[in-house]
Design a protein. Sequence first.
Length: 253
Amino acid sequence: MRLTILALAIVLGLTSCQQSIEYKPLESANAANREKANTIIQQTFAKTGVALQESAVIKFKHQGEHYMALRNCGMFMYRKQNTHGKDAIEDVLDNQGFERKINKHLEELTSNQLQEAKAALQQSVNWVQFPFGYQEQSFYLIGELQTDGANYHKIAVEGNEEPKEIWWVNTKDHLVYFVARANGDESARLLKIDPSFTQEGVHLNQVFAYAIPNAVPLHYAADEFFQASQKWKLTDSLKFEQASVLLTPSNCE
């Protein structure tokens, strides 16, 4: 009898731990929480060096591929270089469009190939420089996350009906450590961001993508991630082998 009671207590204890997060409907955006969110995000932009990246050359290496992002006065160029066998492959995306060269000869791509190559290059560069490019977005505060290790503001990137993304911003260093994003179908991803590389006042990020279980609401994804009992599947990662930042003089008016 005592063993039965003990077993029941353990089960109830585990169940209560797993259900410690109370799912609540999202609050709609209003002037007050937009103002709070904007203050928080402006601190994030300043801390990550978003303004400095307007005139910078950023280089990094990932999985043996060499990347460069160059910006100055509204002009930009993303470049990826790698080798496949004896072929030297170069992808370039700039204000004029996208092109691929193999051994310095322009390659003709199908529409699907072009879109896939362009999207892959943009995604790698954009996540390394995150949150650069979000200056024109609207944000609102939807809650807080308190953990043993840190506290976070939960910020929504405003969409038409539902948020486009949810950010978890550390209350002390103002950096974003988690981003939850819907994939456009029934699935969603949690991006765990490691802003571990800093040079010349610019933060660069390593990123690890996890599949969000269908039962977890987007705006509670990182909350669930902190639960020891939660199983998360790592689906992708962007981890530096090396990185550097060079700030360039700007004559922009």
